[in-house]
Design a binder for this molecule. Sequence first.
Ligand SMILES: NC(=O)c1ccc[n+]([C@@H]2O[C@H](COP(=O)([O-])OP(=O)(O)OC[C@H]3O[C@@H](n4cnc5c(N)ncnc54)[C@H](OP(=O)(O)O)[C@@H]3O)[C@@H](O)[C@H]2O)c1
Length: 325
Amino acid sequence: MKEIRWGIIGLGTIANDFASDLNKVSGAVIQGVASRSLTKAKDFTKDHKALKSYDSYDDLLADESIDVVYIATPHHLHLKWTLKALKAKKAVLCEKPLGINAHQVRLMKSAAQSEKVFLMEALWTRFNPTMEEVLKKLKSNPIGKLRLLKADFCFHALDQSPEHRIFNLELAGGSILDIGIYPVFLAYVLLGKPQEIKAYGQFHQGGSELQTSVLLNYRDCQAQLFSSFAFKSEMKAHLYGEKGKLCIDADWFQSDSYRLITDQGEQVFTNPKKGIGFCHEIEAVNTAIRNAKIEEPRWTLQNSLELIELLDEIRKQVGAIYDFE
Ligand SMILES: NC(=O)c1ccc[n+]([C@@H]2O[C@H](COP(=O)([O-])OP(=O)(O)OC[C@H]3O[C@@H](n4cnc5c(N)ncnc54)[C@H](OP(=O)(O)O)[C@@H]3O)[C@@H](O)[C@H]2O)c1
């Protein structure tokens, strides 16, 4: 099995979680890491058994021993570093959202296609074993026609400074792109593109969007979706069908279990994830690269584009537009 040599750019919170899971995946190594600070890169290298430390993202991209780059910067930098990495012929796994709007995602998609290099948005939930099982189970129609989806993603972050990535407008902060993307992703994966969208948002003191309710209207189904940085919710996802209900247990986007509730009673299905949950998307990327694929069929660039188009419309209705757009 060919060893896949990873590089990591932007050594913040998620890069640390991702690196610990990368070390649990066989046939992969952390070849290099890049930070704006060499001390930080060296500490990260020590913590996560990486081989090389860089204090420049460009220098990491110039390292010919690196096959694939994981981009874990704030949202506003995804476009810049993805385009540079693709140009350097590195495969790319870029954190969500792939770009901050559909225009950016189109640029990234066409760059990957013209360079013929692998690119995927790191929508790890798509690769979560419970999510895979739910999608398979629904094919046998256990709850009848789906009529309502209720899903949210909320945590309390009001104690964070307005400069923090999640509130900072210059870094494309706000709940919709950061966490609202998950419930919208679930509706998109289960139901596709809606016929109508209605969204209402509320704003934080610094001007960033704090919480948003979204209603997606489909021909026979509705999706009620919500995201907030103001409080912690239960974070279960509920799918109501004409013959029963399927509930993905908390926290639904990384859950190890779901339950099916019908006239026959309740059944619980458990599918433990590996590590924190990033191993599954990492394995998917490794396999795609070994097979010289430029996309992963379970989460394609067209999927990322259609998802960000929904998020664009939601942000437009709410009035959460960034000055630099
Ligand atoms: N999949 C998930 O579960 C999950 C969870 C959380 C976040 N995310 C996504 O991961 C990405 C990063 O989130 P995070 O929470 O890890 O953020 P974070 O802790 O703020 O880390 C981001 C890193 O990006 C680098 N960076 C480069 N330019 C920067 C700038 N101008 N301002 C701030 N940081 C800059 C910094 O690394 P250096 O100092 O090393 O250069 C920083 O540590 C986002 O896209 C977010 O949506 C995903």
